[in-house]
Structure formats: structure tokens, C-alpha cells
Design a protein around this ligand. Structure first.
Ligand SMILES: [Zn+2]
Length: 326
């Protein structure tokens, strides 16, 4: 968040509830009844020993009551961090999937899903959202699920190789696309893929929107890359974005849709909105038939400087990647 201005920081900090913690450090096993009792008493968080086991039914209760888990004995948890192959009960997995941060992210992903659906950017079970919560851990949306209907306990935890670590539903098959982003653009923390109609129409025509037309578009999106078509869900499909993700936070996927990455799921969704709205606006402007004006190269430099200030990737000079709409 630090790279954004104070308003955004306040928004995210301000919505965190006052937290009531319940100490369950003495227990070796945490049951559903323990969580239910904590939930009924209004707790927002339980503190457990890092070696304690969370029963499956207890995990469901955590989602039901929106309770986060904090692990005491940080040294012990740290020791278990690196070498282990994770199991469903490992503190490492629980830390990434049931912590307060994970709950906040899951709620944010569900909110982003509803925004995408309400904007008409995700049809049927289309679209997917993810967030890199750890070095090797990613929270993502499930397969075959409308983005309007998701609850936090529908989300999955996977590693960067695509193995599922936690979650009762299967992850989206298109998550490989997201993993390519995380592997090739280390500053990317969140990815949104969807089928926003105007931007997808550009992708179908094999054209990217022009720069130096809209100031906001140049700051937050800039030059857009176009990835070639491959069958969705395959490794070949995921590989199509590899050449572009380090230098572009917005990519059109030929004959398919769009993908944006950012530091949070909310901001990735904003970039999709920026991209879609500009594609629509530009199409309307062209229909007027009158010549449209361009931002001068000198003024365009100020927009590039603003883009740099926000920590967005330098996508300039890549216009030759794909034909530009004119
Ligand atoms: Zn798709």
C-alpha cells in the first residue's frame, strides 16, 4: 500500500474491526465446539499454540464466524516454515489460510468478484482472482463458481507449482496464468482475469488500445500487451503471458479476455475497470467521426512520471508488440 496515496491506506486500515482475542494456547487440539464458543462470544481471533491441530470441522467454523487464527510460539512456527512439505494441519498452511490477513484478503477477493459480476466482466463461471499471500502461497478462486456467489470459505490455497494446499473446493484451472505472473513479476501480489467486453473485443481484433489519448489510462495502464491465443487452462496458455508480465500490468489475451495485476485484488480490479472503460470510450469517440486529439509528447512525459511514482512497470516503448487501434 505504501506506493499509493494516503487515502487508500486509510481506507484499508480503517475497515479493520476492533479485535477480541481468545487464548486457546493450552489446547493441543482445536475443535469445532471451541471455535463456535469463541464465535458466540464475539471473538474476532483465537490464539493457538503453533503445534496445535485444527480439526476439519473447526476450519469450517472459522469461516462461519469469520474468526482469524494467530499462532503463538513464533520461533516454533518459524522452524516449521522452510523445510516442510506442507500438510493440511501444518502451522504454515493454517497461518496463510486462516490468519486475520488471510480472512481480510478472502473478503476482499469476494468483494472484487461481486464488482466484476455487477460490471458484466465475468459471465457464467468465468474469470478468476488470486493473491500471493506468502513467498510460495497463493489464495485463489475456485473452479466452476460464479464470482457473484463466492464466500470466503469457497477460496483455495495453492503453491506456486499449482498444488492445492488447503480449501474444500478445487482451484480454477486458469490459475496457472496467475502463477506465471507471480513467477515473472515479483512486485505483483494480486491478479484478476476476466472477460470485460470492450477490452475483449480489442483482443478478438488483435489490437491494443492507443496511449496518449486518455490521461488516466496512460497513468494506470499505459501500453497494453497482447498475448497470443492458446487453449485456456493449459500450460501453453499460461506461458503466453510470460514475455510481457514484467513490463505490463495489463495484458489482452487473444480470443479470450484480459488480465491485470497489482499490489492488491482491489487495485487489480480497478485496472481492469480503467482498461475496459477506456476501450469503450475510445470506441465511442471513433464513432463520432470527428478527429480526436492526442496528448502531446511533452505532456505525455508527465503521465509517465506519475506512473513511475505509483510503482507501476515501465511499459513504454513496447507499442510494436501488437497493432494499435487507430
Ligand atoms: Zn477466461
Amino acid at each position: 500500500m505504501a506506493q499509493y496515496n494516503g487515502i487508500f491506506v486509510e481506507y484499508f486500515e480503517g475497515r479493520r474491526p476492533n479485535m477480541t482475542s481468545i487464548d486457546l494456547k493450552q489446547q493441543k487440539i482445536i475443535s469445532a465446539r471451541d471455535i463456535e464458543a469463541a464465535g458466540i462470544s464475539g471473538a474476532a481471533e483465537i490464539i493457538v499454540d503453533s503445534r496445535a491441530t485444527l480439526e476439519d470441522a473447526a476450519r469450517d467454523m472459522l469461516a462461519k464466524y469469520a474468526i482469524a487464527v494467530r499462532f503463538a510460539g513464533a520461533g516454533e512456527a518459524q522452524k516449521l516454515h522452510d523445510p516442510s512439505t506442507p500438510t493440511a494441519d501444518s502451522p504454515r498452511i493454517a497461518e496463510y489460510f486462516y490468519s486475520r490477513e488471510a480472512l481480510d484478503i478472502k473478503n476482499e477477493i469476494c468483494s472484487v468478484g461481486r464488482k466484476l459480476w455487477l460490471r458484466g466482466f465475468v459471465d457464467g463461471n468465468g474469470g478468476n482472482i488470486s493473491y500471493r499471500i506468502g513467498e510460495d502461497e497463493v489464495i485463489c478462486t475456485p473452479t466452476l463458481f460464479s464470482k457473484f456467489d463466492m464466500n470466503p470459505d469457497d477460496l483455495c490455497l495453492i503453491d506456486l507449482s499449482g498444488n492445492q494446499l488447503a480449501g474444500r473446493r478445487r482451484p480454477t484451472s486458469e490459475v496457472q496464468l496467475h502463477l506465471e505472473v507471480y513467477k515473472n513479476a515479483p512486485q505483483a501480489k494480486a491478479v484478476v482475469h476476466c472477460h470485460a467486453p470492450y477490452a475483449t473485443a480489442c483482443a478478438i481484433c488483435g489490437r491494443v488500445p492507443p496511449t496518449s489519448i486518455s490521461s488516466e489510462f496512460d497513468v494506470f495502464i499505459g501500453s497494453v500487451a497482447l498475448a497470443r491465443y492458446e487453449t485456456p487452462g493449459t500450460p501453453e496458455f499460461a506461458a503466453t503471458v510470460r514475455p510481457y508480465v514484467a513490463n505490463h500490468n495489463a495484458i489482452l489475451l487473444a480470443n479470450h479476455g484480459v488480465m491485470c495485476w497489482a499490489d492488491t485484488p482491489t487495485h487489480a480490479e480497478w485496472y481492469v475497470e480503467n482498461l475496459e472503460t477506456f476501450c469503450q470510450t475510445f470506441m465511442i469517440a471513433r464513432q463520432f467521426g470527428a478527429p480526436y486529439s492526442r496528448i502531446s509528447p511533452e505532456k505525455a512525459e508527465a503521465l509517465k512520471a506519475a506512473r513511475k511514482k505509483y510503482g507501476l512497470p515501465d511499459c513504454n516503448g513496447d507499442d510494436s508488440l501488437a497493432p494499435v487501434l487507430s
